[in-house]
Design a protein around this ligand. Sequence first.
Ligand SMILES: [Zn+2]
Length: 205
Amino acid sequence: MNFPSTLVEEAVNELSGLPGIGKKTALRLVLHLLKQDMPHVEKFGNAFIRLRKNIIYCKECHNLSDREVCDICLSDKRDPGIICVVEDVRDVMAIENTGQFHGKYHVLGGIISPMNGIGPSDLQIESLVHKVLSGRVTEVIMALSTTIEGDTTVFYVYKKLSKLIEGHLKYTVIARGVAIGDELEYADEVTLGRSILNRVPFSKS
Ligand SMILES: [Zn+2]
């Protein structure tokens, strides 16, 4: 792309660095922003700066939050004995939309992916194990993508919790109504809701 202005080029480069946005789309967005009045553009830019500066990760479940502990963790209407383990905030939002889950969450912040250089220590796995060991947790539901990385993560956590699983702890995975390779956030609400209700005990084979 030959740009008539380095300012336009810089803006396009920044936007096209975002996932799912190519140079053409980035240029269209930049030209759109150029037509907006100044207060609008400032509000737009400031929203991202404020987001990055002020966002808090809930210290209990690691979900994005405005406060130290998020609303779901604070709620006494949610069962603290059932923990649904997910990859990121999009999954929490998708599962909340189903209205079928009334326990609490634990957000790993990703899944184990050697290809992308993500190992167990990059994720919130130790704090999950700690929570399960020290709390009154009766069930851990693994609601991860049905990919090799998702399966690897489910197995890794299983090994970490195996002593407890041999005892009283239920360790389940969501039903595979979510097709293999699908990401949770793309599953429709009815299917996702059903996969949680029809969760099954994890089996190693
Ligand atoms: Zn929380």
